[in-house]
Ligand binder design. Structure first.
Ligand code: TNX
Length: 532
């Protein structure tokens, strides 16, 4: 939902032969008010062609007798300050105004904003209007801007390795719903996914596997450079995560002497939980951490943040965990990057400017702790987790909200589908540790009201969904978890309109499916929504 949309009279029709040339005496598809807007205009034309059959219409070189311009883009902030400035922080560390205006009148369409990015967001709304209405766009005036500056998705590329092509598809999904961060979880027990020239064994051994018998893989520096550029063109920042001191099984396969290994425990599902950690008292560990951080930073040039993980350091003493996190955070800050860590890092009492990613919400802590099959160490971990958010807030650290109840997309789908093949996928994909949830559950909450101890938007860095891939065996499985949930998370991160009205939201969501089909994106066709 935009911040405000005032309906007008009539429609404006995009013509099949609107050319994309500028400055011609004929009617043109797009007029660009400033040369800086050329890139976003071109991006828009490419995207609309991929989104829907309607905009095969904008073919270069065609001509029209009309002298007007279909879409006009200008750099201007006129009338936009009625939208409050976004709360939170931006992952690229730059202050960018994303507020935009979009006016559809019988004479044409005008999109404006103070920055290139703002105009891009406005054009994204136009993409959605075209996807829903085709070429006849109802006249209206939209004034809009985001509630939070950090609107993200955390993506586990370890448990299942997703090739660059899949990452690009996920970036496209993020961009279509105005998410501006894709956080890549690059290291874990099952694999290591980026190159560290000084530590070749990380690729030679660490990158090989994934969860179960799935193939491993990693991103070369060139692939990461291309992914960063692809994301940047769509105003998405890639934020890298190295997960330590726990979740370091891949490090132990590459450099067995570096990690401390505990016996771990068998899991009820036949698997085995590994306990590896990096000991902060070992000087070799710090040479390693520095090598890894030095290699990673230049591979993610647009991110002002480096995520240091810090979650579930099972088998480690609280003191050792805190000592590790403090020193790793100091090291990352000394290298010129800001720090973000999972909520457990709040126990290390690091700097107030470090962000705390809140994931274990009370509802899930209670639900998981009450299960009969939960091992003692996990119950203890969950009990400690109750205090993380108050600690972070007390210190003045902003929270990035990723509450498992609302934002973990690896939660099984609770709604059903009429398609037996989708029902088969639904039975298999999603972690059984979580109570299944419907699409409606995913939007029936508020980032401030549902975060204990938080009373204002300013205490949050933003909102980030997460997709973990333990149960994901293919790109289809991944997309089955992302769609249709992703737009709901985006709605919570962007929209000032809260609470979300379910019937209105469900209608808007239903209208997205033709675009998904046209794009070739798999989605869960739940009966909860009356899909178009
Ligand atoms: C907990 S979220 C983890 C991940 C799992 C996820 C499954 C977090 C910081 N750690 O290692 O994949 O649960 O939902």
């Amino acid at each position: 939902s935009p911040t405000s949309a005032i309906p007008g009279e009539g429609t404006f029709s995009l013509a099949p032969d609107d050319p994309i040339t500028t400055g011609s005496p004929q009617r043109t598809a797009i007029t660009i008010g400033s040369p800086e807007l050329t890139a976003v205009a071109t991006q828009f034309l490419g995207d609309t062609r991929l989104d829907s059959p309607h905009l095969q219409l904008f073919s270069a070189g065609a001509s029209s007798a009309d002298a007007a311009s279909a879409v006009r883009l200008t750099l201007s902030s006129a009338g936009l300050d009625v939208v409050p400035a976004a709360a939170g922080v931006r992952a690229d560390g730059v202050e960018v105004d994303e507020r935009y205006g979009l006016e559809v009148s019988p004479e044409g369409i005008h999109v404006w904003g103070a920055t290139e990015e703002a105009v891009f967001r406005g054009l994204t709304t136009l993409r959605q209007l075209i996807a829903v209405h085709g070429t006849d766009i109802p006249c209206q005036r939209i004034i809009d801007g985001p509630r939070f500056a950090w609107r993200g998705l955390s993506f586990d590329v370890v448990r299942t390795f997703h090739p660059p092509e899949t990452v690009r598809r996920v970036i496209d999904m993020c961009a279509l719903y105005k998410l501006n961060v894709l956080h890549l979880h690059l290291t874990d027990d099952q694999g290591w996914r980026f190159e560290v020239a000084a530590r070749p064994e990380l690729i030679k051994f660490g990158s090989l596997g994934a969860m179960a018998d799935r193939p491993g893989g990693y991103y070369t520096p060139l692939e990461l450079a291309e992914l960063n550029r692809y994301a940047e063109e769509r105003f998405v920042t890639l934020v890298p995560e190295i997960d330590f001191p726990g979740h370091t099984g891949a490090v132990s396969r590459a450099y067995p002497d570096l990690t401390t290994e505990l016996p771990g425990i068998p899991l009820p599902n036949g698997g085995h939980l590994e306990f590896h950690s990096l000991d902060p008292a070992d000087p070799e560990v710090w040479t390693f951490v520095e090598d890894v951080v030095d290699a990673l930073i230049p591979q993610f040039p647009r991110s002002a943040y480096l995520h240091i993980g810090g979650d579930e350091a099972w088998g480690m003493s609280d003191e050792a965990h805190a000592a590790f996190v403090r020193r790793a955070a100091d090291l990352v800050r000394a290298k010129g990057k800001q720090v973000i860590g999972w909520q457990e890092t709040a126990r290390a009492n690091t700097a107030p400017s470090d962000l705390t990613q809140y994931w274990l919400d009370i509802q899930d802590i209670d639900a998981i702790s009450a299960r009969p099959d939960i091992p003692e160490f996990l119950i203890e971990h969950l009990a400690k987790a109750r205090h993380d958010v108050p600690k972070a807030l007390e210190r003045g650290s902003k929270l990035l909200v990723s509450a498992t109840t609302y934002l973990y997309f690896d939660r099984p789908h609770a709604a059903t589908s009429k398609d037996p093949a989708q029902e088969e996928t639904r039975a298999r994909v999603g972690l059984r540790a979580y109570q299944p949830a419907t699409i409606q559950d995913g939007i029936a909450w508020d980032p401030v009201d549902n975060t204990p101890g938080v009373t204002s938007d300013d205490q949050l860095a933003g909102v980030e969904a997460a997709v973990w891939c333990e149960t994901v065996t293919s790109r289809d499985d991944l997309e089955f978890l992302l769609l249709p949930r992703l737009p709901g998370a985006a709605e919570k991160a962007w929209s000032h309109t809260t609470p979300t009205d379910w019937p209105t939201y469900a209608n808007h969501l239903a209208a997205q499916s033709p675009t998904w089909r046209h794009r070739g994106w798999t989605y869960f066709q739940c009966s909860e929504i009356d899909w178009h």
